[in-house]
Design a protein. Structure first.
Ligand SMILES: [Fe+2]
Length: 283
């Protein structure tokens, strides 16, 4: 199965990713061995980095050349910390979207508190034609504590990128959340958020694990079809539109607390009827 990885720290010496080109080269080799064909290095863009935004992509051209030897296509992107005055820096924001086409932007939030401006922030991006992609929603404590906060993100048109490294476990609050998002069909795509070659490549691990759980087409959508559409700037139908939780999300968006009426006591009774072959079956 071909893979596309849209959240990875691959540029050397730029953020908390690889420290030098040798490590970057090791990572490229491992990516190629795992059939990864499209990679979007996403250097962190924090408050202090806005003075030198071009510096966040230092080495990107060299990386493109290096990756070509491994048959990997490199796409420009970034992992942008959600700050309230982002719209005021709009001319710089466009250069941080996937492939610089101004269609999709990877954003990360404070892990412990949901910023008060979150919904306004997402709305501002949508207003400018950019679909926000929430990096690793499974890590945010404010999503664990109240699923309505997750629905607020979806209601504002965001896509969800679940990180493969959290799927390597099943017993931590983050990994439980990641599995819950996957099992409920809320994850739009998977990415590695890999930082250095000393740790195993998590996307390959997740694909192996998910092969026995998901159908091939569902798995392919998570690791190839949707990421490629994002890179090409094509429309992506949010996963929650097909999720079993769709009624709950829609009810939340429309302000209705319970989408389905409460069941009456007699609706829990099971009636049996004798069929023509003499066997009893549920009525
Ligand atoms: Fe990251």
């Amino acid at each position: 199965m071909l893979l596309a990885d849209l959240h990875i720290h691959l540029l050397p010496g730029v953020d908390d990713g690889p420290t030098d080109w040798e490590k970057t080269n090791q990572m490229l080799k491992i990516l190629a061995e795992n059939n990864v064909k499209v990679v979007a290095p996403t250097p962190h863009v924090w408050e202090q980095n806005w003075q030198d935004i071009e510096g966040r992509h230092k080495g990107l051209t060299e990386l493109m050349g290096m990756a070509e030897q491994y048959g990997i296509k490199i796409i420009s992107a970034a992992e942008v910390w959600a700050i309230p005055d982002l719209p005021e820096r709009w001319d710089k924001v466009l250069s941080l979207t996937y492939a610089k086409v101004g269609k999709y932007l990877l954003v990360e939030f404070d892990f412990t508190e949901m910023p008060l401006y979150t919904e306004w922030f997402l709305f501002q991006l949508r207003l400018r034609g950019v679909t926000p992609i929430i990096a690793h929603p499974e890590r945010y404590l404010w999503v664990h504590g109240d699923e309505r906060n997750l629905f607020r993100l979806l209601a504002n048109g965001a896509l969800l990128q679940v990180s493969a490294d959290t799927l390597m476990h099943t017993d931590t609050p983050m990994s439980k959340m990641a599995w819950w998002l996957l099992q409920n069909g809320l994850a739009d795509f998977l990415a590695s958020d890999w930082h250095n070659p000393d740790s195993p490549y998590p996307l390959a691990f997740a694909v192996q694990k998910l092969k026995s759980i998901l159908s091939e087409s569902d798995l392919e959508r998570l690791v190839w079809t949707v990421p490629v559409k994002i890179v090409l700037g094509q429309n992506v139908q949010p996963a929650w539109h097909r999720s079993p939780l769709r009624p709950e999300v829609q009810a939340f968006i429309s302000g209705v607390e319970h989408p389905t009426p409460k069941r009456r006591w007699w609706q829990f009774l099971t009636f049996w009827k004798r069929k023509g072959d003499g066997k009893w079956r549920r009525w």
